[in-house]
Design a protein around this ligand. Structure first.
Ligand code: GCU
Length: 327
C-alpha cells in the first residue's frame, strides 16, 4: 500500500514538473566576426541580437564572438557551412571561389560613389539574386554590410599609379584581385585578414589595401604611414547564415531573422561614416598621412578589365547590369 502511494506521488510530481518546466531549451545561436567592438559591424550584430531576442527570445539566445575569437574568416566560414556557427560577416571576396556571382564586387571601379554602392547593396533584388545560388551551397546571405572603399596604403607614399610598380601588396582571396594588381603593375600576396599585420611588420609585403578602419583597428597604421585615396574597390561583408540552420526555422521565425538582418544593415551603414571620420583622426595621431591622388589615372589603368571579367565570368553579368541603375 505504502509503495503504491509512493508511486502515485512520484507520477504526480513528474506530471507537475513536466507541465511547469519549459517544453524545450533555448536554442543558442552563435555569431562570429573578426572586427573589434567599436567597429560598425559589431554594433550591427548587437542590433541583430536584440531584435531577435525581443521578438522570440523565449526560444533563441544570440551569442556574439567578435575579434576573430572563433578563428579566421576562412575557418569560421567552414564552420558556418557545417552549422557549428550559425552567422558571420564575411567579405564577398572570400565567397568568390564558392560562388562566382560574388566576383561582381571585386570588379575595380564598379561604382562612382559610396552612395551608389550603398544603394546597390540595400536593394532587395540584389540579395534575392545572390540567395538564388546560395541555397545549394550550405550558406545563405541575409544582407550586406558596407566595408567602405578600399584604398592602397604602405610604408612608402603612393602618389601616382607608377608607385605601385613591382611592389608587394596583400590582397584578399579572389581571382579579380590578382588580375587587378597585375593591371596596376604590382604583385599580389593573398593572405587572411588577421595575417596582414605580422606580414607588414616583417616586411613580407610593402603594403595592403583596405578601408581606413584597418589602420586603427588592426594597427596597420603603426607600420603603414601613407594612405592614398585611389578608391579601387567597394566590397561588402555579407551577413551570411548557415543554410541548415535557416532551413530548420519555421517561416515565422525566419522572417524575424531576416528582418533583424535588414535592421543590422541599416545601422551598420548609418554608423559607417562616423566611424571612418574618427578612424582618420586616430590614424593621423598615429602619424599616418592621407594622400589625395589622381584616382582617374588609377581607374584608367584597370578599367579595361570590366569587359574581360564579364566575358570570363557570365555569372556576374546580371548583377553588373543591375549596378548601372545606381551610377
Ligand atoms: C575589410 C572587411 C573585412 C575583410 C577585410 C580584408 O576590412 O571588413 O571583413 O576581412 O577587409 O581585407 O580581409
Amino acid at each position: 500500500m505504502k509503495l503504491c502511494r509512493l508511486i502515485i506521488l512520484s507520477v504526480a510530481m513528474l506530471f507537475l514538473f513536466g507541465l511547469t518546466a519549459p517544453a524545450y531549451a533555448k536554442i543558442t545561436v552563435t555569431v562570429a566576426h573578426t572586427h573589434v567592438e567599436t567597429h560598425p559591424q559589431h554594433k550591427a550584430f548587437l542590433v541583430f541580437k536584440n531584435y531577435i531576442e525581443n521578438e522570440i527570445g523565449d526560444r533563441f539566445e544570440i551569442q556574439i564572438y567578435p575579434n576573430g575569437l572563433s578563428g579566421s574568416n576562412e575557418q569560421v566560414f567552414s564552420l558556418v557551412k557545417l552549422n557549428s556557427i550559425q552567422f558571420m560577416a564575411i567579405s564577398a571576396s572570400l565567397l568568390e571561389n564558392t560562388s562566382k556571382q560574388y566576383a561582381i564586387f571585386s570588379v575595380p571601379y564598379l561604382f562612382r560613389s559610396e552612395e551608389a554602392y550603398e544603394n546597390f547593396i540595400r536593394d532587395p533584388e540584389v540579395i534575392a539574386e545572390l540567395q538564388a545560388e546560395e541555397k545549394k551551397r550550405n550558406f545563405r546571405p541575409l544582407s550586406a554590410f558596407t566595408a567602405g572603399t578600399r584604398n592602397f596604403y604602405a610604408s612608402f607614399p603612393i602618389r601616382t599609379v607608377d608607385d605601385l610598380k613591382d611592389r608587394n601588396f596583400r590582397v584578399q582571396l579572389g581571382r579579380n584581385n590578382g588580375l587587378m594588381m597585375e593591371a596596376f603593375g604590382a604583385n599580389d600576396y593573398v593572405m587572411s585578414f588577421r595575417d596582414v599585420y605580422p606580414a607588414l611588420k616583417r616586411g613580407v609585403v610593402d603594403g595592403a589595401e583596405n578601408n581606413e578602419l584597418a589602420l586603427v583597428d588592426q594597427k596597420h597604421g603603426e607600420i603603414c604611414k601613407y594612405y592614398s585615396y585611389d578608391g579601387h574597390q567597394m566590397i561588402p561583408d555579407m551577413l551570411i547564415g548557415s543554410e541548415d540552420f535557416l532551413a530548420s526555422l519555421s517561416p515565422e521565425d525566419y522572417e524575424v531573422f531576416k528582418a533583424a538582418a535588414m535592421e543590422a544593415q541599416r545601422v551598420e551603414i548609418r554608423e559607417w561614416k562616423t566611424r571612418v571620420k574618427k578612424a582618420i583622426k586616430q590614424a593621423e595621431e598615429m602619424g599616418v598621412s592621407f594622400i589625395k591622388v589622381d584616382a582617374e589615372a588609377f581607374r584608367n589603368k584597370v578599367l579595361h578589365l570590366h569587359d574581360s571579367l564579364l566575358t570570363d565570368n557570365p555569372s556576374i553579368r546580371k548583377l553588373y547590369v543591375m549596378t548601372l541603375k545606381y551610377q
